[in-house]
Design a protein around this ligand. Sequence first.
Ligand code: NAP
Ligand code: MG
Length: 403
Amino acid sequence: MEKIPMTTPLAELDGDEMTRILWKEIKEELLEPFVDLHTEYYDLGLPHREETGDQVTVDAANAIKKYGVGVKCATITPNAQRVEEYKLSQMWKSPNGTIRAILDGTVFRAPIMVEGISPVVKNWEKPITIARHAYGDVYKAAELRVTQPGTAELVFTSDSGEETRREIFRFTGPGVLQGQYNKDDSITSFARACFQYAVDTKQDLWFSTKDTISKQYDHTFKDIFAELYEKEYREKFEALGIQYFYTLIDDAVARVIRSRGGFIWACKNYDGDVMSDMVSTAFGSLAMMTSVLVSPDGCFEYEAAHGTVTRHYYKYLKGEETSTNSVATIFAWTGALGKRGELDGLPELSRFARLLEQATLDTIRAGVMTKDLAGLWEGAAPARAVNSLDFIRAVRAKLEELL
Ligand code: NAP
Ligand code: MG
């Protein structure tokens, strides 16, 4: 069989630990034998971030901007323990935070549903897609630990020298402080990405914040969504018979649990971080979820929503067998290759991506899966829990049949 050609490279962002191992296996078993893979490779593994003073992360984000499509492996976000483990010169920032700050945009996360694995919430019949604003708030905040009595103030100095001040709190003892921000144009592009995604996928859009408590900050989000809806999307939504629905975050949580699914839930940055893990776990597994960052200028970064699966990696290093689920990482590649095919007018490449997704799900339907799924399996075929590599090999066999 001749390999499927590519014209424009993908920005390829390699990562850490167990997912780095899976990354290599996926490329060798599922991609390189079939596709003439063109990527521009960036090694975001922690040792190389250290070597480059984290410049590689910035370069990788710029490559995604340049080529329009990137695919990213999970990476370690260093904490104090990692600084010691990897002998780091400093506690490098979260690569995802750095990339999102450069690209801006919205992360869409949707569960990968497969017959035989039913959501913990029995009434969820259709997927719930979380749309997470990927810019600002607590991820770009300035923080301060206060150690003595004093007054904390919020001060804004305009370029013309005008000062606006608000007292935050009068400290009489030690405590903590935080200052966050967001920008109208980032919130507007978040809103537009959500409305557009709802139109494209013909699903209702829910949006939630805490505007009753945060009367300036969260209220700005609510107002920007409402204005954009009236100005550009109400007619389109009504024509499609879909709804835009705003409610408070706590009310949204209760309604989501009672819902049947089949909608997009737009969340502020932190809410989206927390809720996407809740939703994906309730749908089955963190490893059964797609994740794509869509930037306002139309760039796409595909990734898995889970981390580097450290516990499995330590077993792997000891030579023990691992059963790490590679589905989300496979779907990061198929998302990126499919998008590349769409943008470059390469239907063969898009078709390959669809078939690889089908081969992955067919493998599970046939009862072959990793341990995390075997425990949840309710399908007809008896479940056979396999190790990390055998799962990928089983997908390859299915893929060869389909091709
Ligand atoms: P994690 O890597 O997502 O793993 C947490 C646990 O979830 C695992 O121990 C495992 O449970 C289960 N799990 C997650 N993915 C799985 C998979 N593909 N197959 C099977 N089981 C899976 O989260 P973490 O342990 O909190 O974080 C590890 C590292 O990842 C950290 O250094 C963190 O900074 C980083 N991280 C990166 C990203 C990213 O790059 N997008 C996101 C989150 C975390 P069992 O142990 O019970 O089998
Ligand atoms: Mg998270």
